[in-house]
Design a protein around this ligand. Structure first.
Ligand code: KG4
Ligand code: ZN
Length: 343
């Protein structure tokens, strides 16, 4: 089965083709095209929804055209369409949803209405044709860490999932981006913070670890930017070494909480796998720290992380989530829902 995925929830316009094979536990990636309006938003230090939506309109058809360019007869070869219906910015979402509905109508194909957050989880179900292509065993805990979300989800199987907790205020990526702004770093700051922190070996500033010992699976990262702001104000002139130390201590604080809570959930529910997803999961320090923490805990839990290119927003993960997690619908049944969350 061949699925065309479409993702337009925020500032990336993406179209992908995946192939499913019932004998395999992962889907195969055929194409994954992503156009981003990030450089425009970097100029304004954040996303302006109106600008993002206009860019989606500009890119959507060329991106789809590029994704399906190697098919001789797309209408015959594509079996279904999967599209992000939420959460996201309404103007951006509508571009993808209406385009997907149009293709489904004209081609006479079924359509999967996909929650973007499940998409991030299902980036782990795209074959990498490598050693890490091990089968993902259930139950699993998924940690979604992106610019808009920080969520822990228990996955009993593809159809039965349970949201365990999430952020009460800023998401992990949002905390990095907002702190980056205080430090004068370009938007989005996550990758830059990672680079600056690389050279630093000690946690000099020991920022607070919010909710690290709470018994629930909630997160709260909004206080970190205040802690950083105080440090910046106390430092007077910021030199490069101080900035790098702040970046490293910030990462340490955020990652300590993410890892401790994810492992606590994994042990509580006795899971076999941990799945990371979302833009922050592209961070190598976070990946390495997860790996070593699992090793230290002497558990047999297996860690899965998507390739970095599939951590940030893309349509391949939407197509994979559609296939595994949703029932196909007819085009009249789907609509954009910017407030979508976990059921
Ligand atoms: O998943 P994503 O592309 O979009 C959302 O759905 O939000 O995530 C974007 C977020 C941004 O906050 C960005 O700073 C962060 O992911 N990010 C990173 C890295 N790459 C992207 N954070 C830390 N380290 C990275 N390497
Ligand atoms: Zn995302």
């Amino acid at each position: 089965m061949m699925i065309l995925g479409i993702e337009t929830s925020c500032d990336e316009t993406s179209a992908s083709l995946i192939k499913t094979n019932i004998n395999k536990t992962k889907v195969q990636l055929i194409s994954n095209v992503i156009a981003s309006s990030l450089s425009l938003h970097a100029k304004t230090g954040g996303i302006i929804p109106e600008v993002a939506a206009r860019e989606q309109v500009k890119y959507i058809l060329p991106v789809i055209q590029e994704a399906i360019k190697d098919l001789k007869n797309p209408q015959e070869e594509i079996d279904a369409i999967a599209v992000t219906t939420g959460p996201g910015l309404i103007g951006s979402l509508l571009v993808g949803v209406e385009t997907a509905r149009t293709f489904a109508y004209v081609w006479g194909k079924p359509i999967y209405s996909v929650n973007h957050l499940f998409g991030h989880i299902y980036a782990n179900f795209i074959s990498q044709n490598s050693k890490s292509d091990d089968e993902i065993k259930f139950p699993a805990i998924a940690l979604i860490v992106s610019g808009g979300h920080t969520d822990l989800v228990l996955i009993k199987n593809h159809k039965i999932t349970k949201w365990l907790g999430g952020t009460r205020d800023d998401a992990a990526g949002e905390a990095l981006d907002k702190t980056g702004r205080i430090l004068g770093l370009p938007y989005p700051a996550g990758p830059q913070i990672e680079k600056l922190a690389e050279k630093i070996k000690t946690d000099k500033y020991k920022f607070p670890r919010p909710l690290i010992n709470s018994k629930d699976f909630d997160f709260s990262f909004s206080g970190l930017k205040t802690a950083v702001l105080r440090k910046v104000q106390a430092s007077g002139q910021l030199d490069n070494e101080t900035i790098s130390n702040i970046c490293n201590s910030l990462q340490e604080a955020v990652f300590d909480v993410l890892i401790k809570k994810t492992l606590a959930a994994s042990h509580k529910y006795n899971v076999k796998s941990i799945l990371l997803g979302g833009g922050v999961a592209a961070n190598q320090t976070l990946r390495d720290r997860f790996k070593s923490s699992i090793k230290i805990s002497k558990s047999s839990i297996k860690l899965f992380v998507p390739p970095k290119s599939l951590c940030t927003d893309n349509a391949a993960m939407i197509a994979a989530a559609g296939y595994y997690n949703y029932e196909p619908m007819i085009w009249q049944e789907i609509s954009a829902n910017p407030e979508a969350y976990f059921d």
